[in-house]
Every structure is written in C-alpha cells, then in structure tokens.
Design a protein around this ligand. Structure first.
Ligand code: AMP
Length: 222
C-alpha cells in the first residue's frame, strides 16, 4: 500500500516506521526538517519537507497516487483541511486523521474523515486504569465508543449469579466466560467463581455501571 503520513512528530514517526516495517511504501511529510530525526535510523521511506497546506508539497509527497493518508500533525485545522482535500480532490478512500480538541471531533465526522481522538481516548483509558485494575480493555471498536473488556472475577464475587452481576445494566453485555482455560457462552444462572475471566462488550456508560456494580457487590462481601 502507498501511504502518505503527514506530520513526523512523536505519533507520525512511530506510525511511519510501523508501516515501513510492514513493507508498505511510505512517504512522510513534515514542515520541519528536524522532525525527521524522530524516525529510527533503519527507516528508508521517503521524507518530504514542507508545509502540508502547500499543494506542491502534497504533489511531491505523491498524494495523487496514494491509497491511504494519515493526517497526524498537532494541528486539528490542518488535519481537517488536508484530510478533506485528500478525499475530495485526490479521491483517496482511506483517510484517517488525528484529532486533539474533542470539541472539533464532530467536524471531522461531518467531512466523512475517520478520526482518532487521542485526547479523549487517552483520558478514558487512564480513567479506567485508575478505577480498576481487574477490568482491562482488550479491543476498541470505532473510536472507543464500544470496547471489549476482560474482567477477572475477584474473590468477593465468588458464588454470585451472572444475572445478579448484570441486572439492569444497560450498555454492557457478556461475550464469554473462560474457566480453567475453556471458554463458553454463559447462561444468566451461571454461577461465577473467583478466577473466571469474563469478556464483556460495553459502552463507556455501560462499563461505568458495571464497575459500580462490582464495587457494590464487593462492599456487601467486605
Ligand atoms: P507531535 O505533536 O510530536 O506528534 O508533532 C506534530 C508534528 O506535526 C510536528 O513534527 C510538526 O512539525 C508537524 N506539523 C505541524 N504543522 C504542520 C504542517 N502545516 N505541515 C507539515 N507538518 C506539520
């Protein structure tokens, strides 16, 4: 795949190198030549120095022949404008942009650009980890609206029924339970044992409600 990565800061350099390692044809663009120093010495993709708002720079980067573009500068407006240009002028199907300011995320969506909101996504992850070490994200769908979580059943919940754990919780559903290395789809009357691992798919509100339930069941037991 021919990929153009716009922005060679911390995120862009990491991304460009990952793509290069997977044998894609990568061109990375940055307005500051010094930013290319973020790339590891083994990187042999193309580097184009210049402002991505400049049409000539995009031409030199080979945008018209690219099959995918990643806009990962630290400027939302630039990521949005160049992302829109890539879709509408260059007709590139796969355009993914980084979004800093969560308030501007809607604009990217209005333009039909796939967006990664690193600020809100990062805050969500850190918040989760602060609350609970026994619940961890294993898969993130879309922009993190729905995630799949792994939950290791603690000692305090041993013997509880699955229906009791999930009762009236909206936005969360059990995907599977693994006991002694064997996974199954549990029924509502399934009795949990400490050490079982539940996979659940949940929205942010759903996992918050689930966390609260776990905490209250643990308090009853304490
Ligand atoms: P970082 O925040 O570390 O991921 O860095 C963002 C990168 O985007 C920096 O290397 C900037 O030089 C680059 N950048 C910002 N604006 C532009 C632009 N107009 N054209 C090309 N690169 C840019």
């Amino acid at each position: 795949m021919k990929v153009v990565v716009v922005g060679c800061g911390r995120l862009g350099a990491e991304l460009a190198n990952r793509l290069y390692q997977r044998h894609h044809e990568v061109t990375v663009v940055d307005k500051m030549g010094a930013s290319f120093e973020n790339l590891p010495s083994g990187f042999e993709g193309r580097m184009v120095e210049g402002d991505a708002l400049n049409e000539d720079v995009l031409y030199r980067a080979g945008l018209e022949k690219a099959s995918a573009v990643a806009l990962v500068t630290n400027c939302d407006a630039l990521n949005l404008v160049v992302g829109h240009t890539a879709r509408e002028i260059y007709h590139i199907q796969t355009v993914v942009a980084r979004n800093y300011d969560p308030d501007l995320r809607g604009l990217f969506e209005d333009f039909g650009i796939q967006v990664i909101s690193s600020t809100s996504w990062g805050a969500q992850r850190v918040e989760e980890m602060l609350y609970h070490s026994e619940i961890r994200t294993v898969f993130s769908a879309g922009n993190g609206e729905i995630e799949v979580y792994e939950f290791a059943v603690p000692r305090e919940i041993d013997g509880r029924c699955l229906s009791e754990l999930m009762q009236d919780i909206e936005g969360a559903m059990i995907v599977s339970v693994t006991r002694a290395g064997k996974a199954s789809h549990p029924e509502q009357d399934f009795r949990l044992e400490s050490g079982d691992v539940l996979l659940l798919s949940a929205s942010f509100d759903g996992i918050s409600a689930f966390r609260n339930r776990v905490e209250s069941l643990k308090k009853v037991e304490a």
